[in-house]
Ligand binder design. Structure first.
Ligand SMILES: Nc1nc2c(ncn2[C@@H]2O[C@H](COP(=O)(O)OP(=O)(O)OP(=O)(O)O)[C@@H](O)[C@H]2O)c(=O)[nH]1
Ligand SMILES: [Mg+2]
Length: 591
């Protein structure tokens, strides 16, 4: 399949003007066309630290995200560049370049925190970029991480067990990558050479002590450790001489420091191989339209003064997709019934059997497309629509049958009507002729195929309408004695009573068939729902187990470092999660 993404350059996704965040419709349109799953890499960090330049490297280009050559911050808001993923076929790499943090000239830093929060919420890999070593200044600049608990909500309503909302961050936060630019030290600790990752781990070690200074030291470190279980660090040399930095975009690799070229290649290769597809709770893989909805939901929450909430965004997304799932399922039903159903059907069962087969397919379509259908509301809606469609088809079937039978009777019995008008039965021996003719035409009518479920009823109605004519012909026939006439009247009466009884029996059978069908429909819904709930439960357990193991790892580290208080807090979170995992499975009920 040809690649879906043809962005020759980046596009602004979220504008940050006059203290307000605005979503750019042009960028949303681009996202809406990307059906492939997306890997989203966002970069953040202090202004003027080479973020845009590094993102261009990920796009495989020298130019793209615009670089500034002055000391003023350059990128504004969040810019997006969607490119075919270089290593994952059928995936799109979405690069998000963001406005540099902390430019004092901007005056209003209010939106920095929101942009930081948005980058966290939208990405699957979050790159934090800074200059030089991981010193206290670099840590202090990460105060945005400590503020995340006030900026983002995981759950729409607080946990009943009183566990902090941020306890859930770990399950949906992106992987964390720290890029250190112009890093000029040797990677060493206690005379031993260490990896960049070990350097990061060491830098995140906590300080014992309870003074405010110690707390300030520990807070960002604790937050990074708690929220981002997967961390990675890359160091970069200065790419070239200071004088040439201004024209970096123009320089090809052989004019750059070979160390830098190599380090950039290692970084890109790591991102391409390890960055995950953006996935929401429930294992929902994000594609372009889903990312589009996330952007819209989060930005509109921020603009209306609410906190962007992960659970709400996922619910908003599932509602959109579940509505579409109902529509798609109904469209499938309509299309198949239209193609396969010929009205009138010979029997009611024939119609119900076809309905059942196609209904099953329609439920399957719905089940494939829907997710997080809270209280099965959308499935109930689908069931109601399918029931109505079945009832409508039954009515249409009835009418089609009645119309066809009436037309047939009119046609077949016209010689009899003509004969009555011409008086050929109003003569001695006429009654016998009349009855014989009726029997002959009735036989002809009964032999006609596909009359449908009203065949008997319409015939009986017709014959009933002819009762007075029959009686008149009988009375005028002088070849019959009074006694014979009386016997004949009784015979006709008995015949009609017999027909009425037969019709009543048929009606009861039809009702029974309808009842059985309703029960089967319900059972089909429950069967498919139960299977889906089992799959969802397995998925949830898998996610919870992953979160649990991450928390246990961090708990182990805290214990090792001797941090009882933090350890106790984490222990509570762990117990709470374990309690949730032991909850009995929900019963599947659709009514
Ligand atoms: N010293 C140094 N300069 C770099 C590096 N990478 C890029 N630059 C230069 O730094 C300047 C700013 O680069 P950008 O990529 O625009 O930096 P930014 O972080 O995106 O800046 P803002 O958008 O303002 O936040 C440009 O002149 C780049 O050529 C680097 O690794 N080290
Ligand atoms: Mg920039």
């Amino acid at each position: 399949m040809a690649s879906e993404t043809h962005m020759s350059g980046p596009e602004c996704l979220i504008e940050n003007t006059n203290g307000r965040l605005l979503v750019n419709p042009k960028a949303l349109k681009i996202l809406s066309a990307i059906q492939q799953p997306v890997v989203v890499v966002a970069i953040m960090g202090l202004y003027r630290t080479g973020k845009s330049y590094l993102m261009n490297k990920l796009a495989g280009k020298n130019k793209g995200f615009s670089l500034g050559s002055t000391v003023q911050s350059h990128t504004k808001g969040i810019w997006m560049w969607c490119v075919p993923h270089p290593k994952k076929p059928e995936h799109t790499l979405v690069l998000l370049d963001t406005e540099g943090l902390g430019d004092v000239e901007k005056g209003d830093n209010q939106n920095d925190s929101w942009i930081f929060a948005l980058a966290i919420l939208l990405s699957s890999t979050f790159v934090y970029n800074s200059m030089g070593t991981i010193n206290q200044q670099a840590m202090d600049q990460l105060h945005y991480v400590t503020e995340l608990t006030d900026r983002i909500r995981a759950k729409a309503s607080p946990d009943v067990d009183g566990v902090e909302d941020s306890a859930d961050f770990v399950s949906f936060f992106p992987d964390f990558v720290w890029t250190l630019r112009d890093f000029s030290l040797d990677l060493e600790a206690d005379g031993q050479s260490i990896t960049a990752d070990e350097y990061l781990e060491n830098s995140l070690k906590l300080k014992k002590g309870t003074s405010q200074k110690d707390k300030n030291f520990n807070l960002p470190r604790l937050c990074i450790r708690k929220f981002f279980p997967k961390k990675k660090c890359f160091i970069f040399d200065r790419p070239t001489d200071r004088k040439k930095l201004g024209q970096l975009e123009e320089l090809c690799d052989d004019k750059l420091d070979p160390e830098f070229v190599q380090q950039a290649a290692v970084f890109c290769s790591y991102i391409f191989r390890n960055s995950k597809t953006k996935t929401l709770s429930g294992g929902i893989k994000v594609n372009g339209p889903r990312l589009e909805t996330l952007v819209q939901t989060y930005v509109s929450a921020i603009n209306s003064g609410d906190l962007p909430c992960m659970e709400n965004a996922v619910l908003a997304l599932s509602e959109i997709e579940n509505t579409a799932a109902v529509k798609k399922a109904i469209a499938h039903y309509d299309q198949q019934m239209d193609q396969k159903l010929q009205l009138p059907t010979e029997t009611l069962q024939e119609l119900l059997d076809l309905h059942r087969t196609i209904e099953k397919e329609a439920i399957e379509v719905f089940m494939r497309m829907s997710w997080k259908d809270i209280d099965h509301l959308f499935q109930k809606e689908l069931a109601a629509q399918l029931d109505k469609k079945r009832d409508d088809f039954c009515k249409k079937n009835l009418k089609a049958s009645s119309d066809r039978c009436s037309a047939l009777l009119k046609d077949i019995f016209s010689p009899l009507e003509e004969g009555v008008k011409e008086g050929i039965y109003s003569k001695p021996g006429g009654y016998r002729l009349f009855i014989e003719k009726i029997q002959e035409l009735k036989k002809k009518y009964l032999q006609e195929p596909r009359k449908g479920i009203q065949a008997e009823e319409i015939l009986q109605e017709y014959l009933k309408s002819k009762e007075s004519v029959t009686a008149a012909i009988l009375q005028t026939d002088q070849t019959l004695s009074e006694k014979e006439k009386l016997i004949e009247v009784e015979r006709v009466k008995a015949e009609s009573a017999q027909a009425a009884a037969k019709m009543l029996e048929e009606m009861q059978i039809k009702n029974q068939q309808m009842m059985e069908q309703k029960e089967k429909s319900y059972q089909e819904h429950v069967k498919q729902l139960t299977e889906k709930m089992e799959r969802d439960r397995a998925q949830l357990l898998e996610e919870q187990e992953r979160t649990l193991s991450l928390k246990l790892q961090e708990q182990g580290r805290l214990l090792q470092e001797g941090f009882q208080e933090e350890n106790r807090r984490l222990h509570e979170e762990i117990q709470n999660l374990q309690k949730k995992m032991k909850k009995p499975r929900k019963q599947c009920c659709l009514s």
